[in-house]
Design a protein. Structure first.
Length: 93
């Protein structure tokens, strides 16, 4: 779900780019049909462009499924230097 995107990147393109970011998670540790949620909350406050990288994705554990206790190490991106988007001043993702 993309709740807010004021960048020039269309929601569909942003969703596709996010889907291509490799994650460090053991699929065997997930239950059937279990999902992982990551949050990307970023606002460009500088006077120039600001880059958003895969390191800006933050895992949000589902407490109903005890994910924070079951999944160790915590799911994260494998590479933290993958460029996701460039934002101009005032733009938000």
């Amino acid at each position: 779900l993309i709740a807010m995107n004021t960048s020039i990147i269309q929601d569909e393109v942003l969703a596709h780019r996010l889907g291509l970011v490799p994650l460090n998670v053991d699929p065997e540790s997930l239950q059937e049909n279990e999902k992982l949620t990551f949050r990307l909350d970023f606002k460009c406050k500088k006077n120039g462009e600001q880059n958003i990288y895969s390191r800006d994705l933050k895992w949000v554990p589902d407490d109903d499924l005890n994910q924070s206790e079951r999944l160790s190490p915590a799911p994260a991106t494998i590479h933290d230097d993958i460029l996701i988007a460039k934002l101009a001043p005032g733009q938000v993702i």
